[in-house]
Ligand binder design. Structure first.
Ligand code: EPU
Length: 443
């Protein structure tokens, strides 16, 4: 790349720099390094976002701990404040006062920034019987429909209309508990259903519910608010409805981020380690750990955390993404990177998001040998990768590209890095503490 590169800190945005320095912020990685040491993961993005939405049902001041400093959390903060709540942050603590929350509308400007804004639908219906939320549309991961959210809520008595790009929800006769069978264990649909069904009259059973640890975290928080949910983490979740007045604000600690943890574990397997990952329950990562072992890494689980190291070459092992406890789609790119440098051929099947293979083309720029056929990828292992200019196609791809750069020969310059800040707190700082040579720069 011929442009001049100016080193900057993560906190510097292109807007707050002097005009003559305004430019694109990238990540520069020097290759041929290893990772060693220990790292503590932050609170789970995909949990904290929903816990913030659930605070709407508390009608008072909720205190959340272990909330990560990432930009998606800022967007959810904007959504909740737009609705009329007060949000205050102090380190990793966040207080949300929803006493004065009085707006039922979530605008397109915010929903288009972050699809997970749709998580306010369930709690708004639960609290007010009405909601008006901009339709999320697609995103870089694909079409991402919300039909299952709607079909499920309709079963509980909600009617939906579309009005100029907004989804208008209303339950004039109140919510009534019912068995709801989900076509697929959708994380978002399960969460919206939980947050509405807690105040339905009678009992709701969500069948074929998502079983992700973030669902359990949400159910635990709702139960500390006075809800009656049992079975979260299993395929059938039973929700005995309570009155809205029976729900109150609570104090809750966000569960650790299993995807951030899995990203560092994959990094350790790639870059030999040993790296110890702390702040995560190893039970959340059983399938990822199984695959790491199958690929030649050594995994030790003890009081110190999860430690991954590798002395032999990486070996190919097929992977297919599935709902939890299957292999998570959010770790697919990181493991495709491992496969790219493994001995032998790997078939990766992506069953959750159709566009997640966009990452393969970026990795190919660094010398990976990958053929995509529909939702299958054939990854033929190569001996090494070379540093190159690449772009983040989504946040997990971004995290994997940084790891690829650390392993590659020479320098890698990574563009569209704002994706990484959506979901990884201080990713660059944490990698540097493990011995990587990674920094932000302007071009
Ligand atoms: N789907 C439908 N209809 C629906 C709902 C989902 O067709 O009504 C489809 C989706 O299009 C997708 C699949 O079902 O193909 C799975 O979607 P799901 O609802 O389970 O995912 P989500 O709630 O939209 C969350 C995470 C994702 C994570 C997935 C799967 C949040 C904010 N997002 O998305 O996280 O990949 O579950 O585990 O919780 C990420 O963090 O990088 C990320 C994308």
């Amino acid at each position: 790349m011929s442009e001049e590169i100016i080193d900057v800190q993560e906190s510097e945005t292109t807007e707050n720099l002097r005009p003559e320095r305004r430019s694109e912020k990238i990540i520069v990685v020097q290759g041929n390094k290893t990772l060693k040491g220990s790292v503590t993961v932050s609170g789970a993005k995909n949990s904290a976002l929903k816990l913030m939405a659930a605070s709407i049902l508390g009608q008072g001041k909720t205190l959340l701990h272990n909330v990560p400093h990432i930009s998606d959390i800022d967007v959810m903060g904007d959504v909740i404040q737009y609705l009329g709540a007060t949000v205050e942050r102090d380190g990793h603590d966040m207080s949300i006062d929803t006493t004065a929350l009085n707006s039922l509308e979530t605008p397109y400007e915010l929903v288009s920034k972050m699809r997970a804004s749709i998580a306010v639908l369930g709690p708004l219906i639960g609290r007010f019987g009405h909601a008006r939320v901009a339709m999320p549309g697609g995103c870089q991961l694909g079409a991402r429909k919300i039909d299952m959210h709607l079909v499920g809520l309709e079963r509980l008595g909600v009617t939906f209309t579309i009005d100029h790009g907004f989804l208008e929800a209303s339950a004039p006769k109140g919510l009534v508990g019912k068995p709801v069978l989900l076509e697929f264990p959708s994380v978002g649909a399960t969460e919206n259903l939980l947050m509405a069904a807690v105040v339905a009259e009678g009992t709701t059973i969500v069948e074929n519910a998502a079983r992700e640890p973030e669902i359990v975290d949400l159910a635990n928080m709702l139960n500390s608010m006075g809800a009656r949910i049992s079975g979260a983490g299993n395929a059938d979740i039973e929700i005995e409805g309570v009155t809205l007045d029976a729900l109150h604000p609570c104090e809750h600690t966000t569960v650790g981020d299993r995807i951030e943890a899995g990203t560092f574990l994959a990094g350790a397997a790639l870059l030999t380690g040993p790296v110890t990952v702390k702040g995560i329950d190893p039970a959340f990562l059983r399938m990822a750990i199984m695959k790491l072992e199958a690929m030649g890494a050594t995994v030790v689980i003890d009081e110190a955390g999860i430690t991954v190291s590798r002395e032999k070459p990486l070996t190919a092992t097929d992977i297919q993404t599935l709902p939890h406890p299957g292999f998570p789609t959010d770790l697919q790119a990181q493991f495709m990177l491992l496969a790219a440098l493994a001995e032998g051929n790997t078939i990766i099947t992506e069953n959750i998001f159709e566009n997640r293979f966009m990452f393969a083309s970026e990795l190919a720029r660094m010398g990976a040998d990958i053929t995509i056929e529909g939702h299958h990828a054939l990854v033929r292992g190569v001996k090494s990768l070379q540093g190159a200019p690449v772009s983040c196609t989504d946040l997990r791809a971004g995290a994997a590209l940084v790891l690829a750069g650390i392993a590659a020969e020479g320098q890698t310059q990574i563009h569209e890095v704002e994706h990484i800040s959506r979901g990884y707190e201080d990713y660059v700082g944490k990698l540097c503490s493990l011995g990587a040579d990674v920094h932000y720069a302007l071009v």
